[in-house]
Design a protein around this ligand. Structure first.
Ligand SMILES: Nc1ncnc2c1ncn2[C@@H]1O[C@H](COP(=O)(O)OP(=O)(O)OP(=O)(O)O)[C@@H](O)[C@H]1O
Ligand SMILES: [Mg+2]
Length: 443
């Protein structure tokens, strides 16, 4: 239900409009002047402001309009004017008011105007959320040399038509890269059709990919196009290709060699022009060696490979990714969170992120929700980060081993630059230096 803020210095006027709007099911709040109204805006959500132009003899409806728009441009403002101030109202519309009503206010018009303003407000919100989502799929954050190499490879591979095999642990951004390949390629006007080979039962996978004829099997009540045909002119993204059953690998191999599909139960073949992008979190060479993946299919899809390194191997990306997610998520959730404190950055950079970028994104989403100020602090981050990174969280020889490995790992990643390693580990240089001595690590 929408909330309307009524601003008028005349109590009677407010009361009658409040009754009318309340009767329509709106939540109504009231303010006696511009400063009152701004206080009301600070104390709770408002969708539409309905304000008198001239209050206490002053023309402050326009001032209020500017203040409201500065605070939240999506709040719609409707002005109420006496006959003599229509010129003001016209000016006001130029500066962003939704509409104006003239006194005496006609109840019918009032309700229609308010309803439209509420609708527009809802639309604006939806557009913003959709934009945020669209934008979300866009940007590949790449600060580390390793990710910059991935971005450069994507730009180059987008121009060719060969099959690309994307590998990387879960949550490293395989799908993001696959979408970027499509978006940057001449096939961007065709569709990007994703299919998760691991999530679809073998019996259904064939008809999903190749389609079927009506009556080909029980339940095939009509002719159906497969995803390969859907992706004609575009890109078919075979996600988790390591989980694909051998029978399907054979069929796809045949398709890749001939460029033709035959729907299940059909005799006719159709030419289909798709580019294949495949992804897996598995080491397919090992799968081939173990006899779980067909060698011929592997060679056919492994034409060019893009490997996305796990996040722990590129700690330089953590602060930029964190900023990126804070901006995006805060905008989506409309929370006034702008960044991350140095302490929280250090904690995040030191963590090993087994769930990679996806885990980082989730941690930030949670933090944006619980943050009480403009910056995300250590306390806003999930406890797993703190426990895993706190010195001495584990005790005993195993813990010492663990710490030693962590120190050496960080140093190696930072090419033995102690200042950088200290940042990565979330400790001061002095602490790092002391720990190196403790562990007898010769830097
Ligand atoms: N370099 C990056 N820049 C910005 N966002 C990223 C980056 N890498 C990953 N993400 C985001 O992290 C999330 C996980 O990425 P994605 O789904 O592409 O990973 P994945 O490797 O396909 O994971 P899974 O193996 O679990 O399917 C997505 O929201 C994605 O937008
Ligand atoms: Mg994925």
């Amino acid at each position: 239900m929408a909330t309307i803020l009524l601003v008028d210095d005349q109590v009677n006027m407010r009361r009658s409009m409040a009754l009318l709007l309340g009767h329509e099911g709106y939540a109504v709040r009231e303010a006696a002047g511009a400063s009152d109204a701004l206080a009301a805006l600070r104390s709770g959500p408002v969708d539409v402001v309905l304000t008198d132009v001239r209050m206490d003899g002053e023309s402050d409806g326009a001032t209020l309009l500017r203040a409201v728009k500065a605070r939240d441009p999506e709040i719609e403002v409707v002005l109420v004017t006496a006959f003599g101030t229509i010129a003001d109202a016209v000016d006001a519309i130029k500066s962003g008011a939704y509409d104006y009503l003239t006194k005496p206010v006609d109840p019918e018009r009032l309700l229609i105007t308010v309803r439209r303003a509420v609708e527009r407000r809802a639309l604006a919100r939806e557009v913003r959320q959709l934009r945020a989502q669209v934008h979300e799929t866009d940007e590949i954050v790449a600060t580390s040399p390793a990710m910059q190499a991935v971005v450069a490879a994507v730009a180059q591979l987008a121009q060719s038509d060969s099959t690309v095999l994307i590998t990387g642990e879960s949550g490293t951004g395989k799908e993001l890269v696959a979408r970027a390949l499509h978006r940057q390629s001449p096939r961007r006007h065709g569709r990007f059709v994703p299919i998760n080979c691991g999530a679809i039962p073998e019996t259904i996978l064939e008809s999903e990919l190749f389609g079927h004829r009506k009556g080909a099997f029980t339940g095939a009540i009509a002719d159906k196009k497969g995803l390969l045909e859907e992706a004609h002119g575009g890109v078919l993204f075979l996600d988790e290709v390591g989980e694909m059953p051998a029978s399907m690998q054979v069929r796809l191999l045949r398709f890749l060699q001939g460029g033709e599909v035959r729907r299940v139960g059909d005799t006719e073949t159709r030419r289909v022009d798709v580019r294949l992008v495949v992804a897996t979190h598995r080491a397919l060479e090992d799968e081939v060696a173990a006899g779980r993946f067909r060698e011929d299919f592997f060679y056919r899809i492994n034409v060019v490979g893009v490997r996305i390194p796990p996040l722990r191997e590129r700690p330089e990306d953590v602060p930029t990714l964190a900023d990126h997610f804070v901006r995006r998520i805060a905008a989506r959730l409309r929370r006034n969170v702008r960044g991350v404190t140095p302490g929280a950055v250090a904690l995040m950079t030191a963590y090993h992120w087994p769930g990679n970028v996806r885990e980082l994104e989730n941690a930030i989403e949670r933090a944006v929700n619980v943050a009480s100020g403009e910056l995300i602090t250590e306390g806003d981050l999930p406890a797993t980060l703190t426990v895993a990174s706190r010195p001495g969280a584990l005790r005993g020889p195993a813990a010492a081993e663990d710490e030693r490995a962590r120190l050496v790992g960080a140093l190696e990643r930072c090419r033995w630059n102690q200042s950088r390693a200290a940042v990565t580990l979330g400790m001061s240089r002095t602490t790092l230096w002391r720990k190196l001595r403790e562990h007898r690590i010769d830097a």
